[in-house]
Design a protein around this ligand. Structure first.
Ligand code: ZN
Ligand code: ZN
Length: 117
């Protein structure tokens, strides 16, 4: 229902002018007449925020992939072979100690005999 803002008379909702006082009827022009620039700005801000969110999401996905890749590499990572002769850490694939030349295949790191007695 529309009311004349000037005299308060009840008017048909499609009335453009008050039948009582002749004033122009104001009907929700605040929404219709809102400056489109404001709306545009709001939409721009929104799209910027969304773009930011997308960028953050993309980065998070990249980090997730990187972490997954690193975890896979870690899973395939072999413990270094410790030379029983000199204690040097050699690559898991090493056959001979690069430090002392002892054959690492013969190395038995856990079973080191105690010859102190
Ligand atoms: Zn009126
Ligand atoms: Zn060695």
């Amino acid at each position: 229902m529309t009311y004349c803002f000037s005299c308060g008379k009840e008017l048909p909702k499609d009335a453009l002018y008050c039948s009582n006082c002749g004033s122009k009827v104001v009907t929700d022009t605040s929404a219709v007449g809102a400056p489109s620039e404001e709306l545009k700005e709001a939409l721009t801000k929104m799209s910027v925020e969304m773009e930011k969110a997308f960028n953050i999401a993309a980065k998070q996905v990249q980090v997730a992939f990187k972490t997954a890749r690193e975890n896979m590499q870690k899973a395939g990572y072999k413990e270094p072979v410790v030379c029983s002769n000199c204690g040097e850490k050699n690559a898991a694939s090493a056959v001979y100690c690069f430090q002392c030349g002892k054959s690492l295949s013969e190395a038995q790191p856990a079973a080191k005999p105690d010859e102190s007695t």
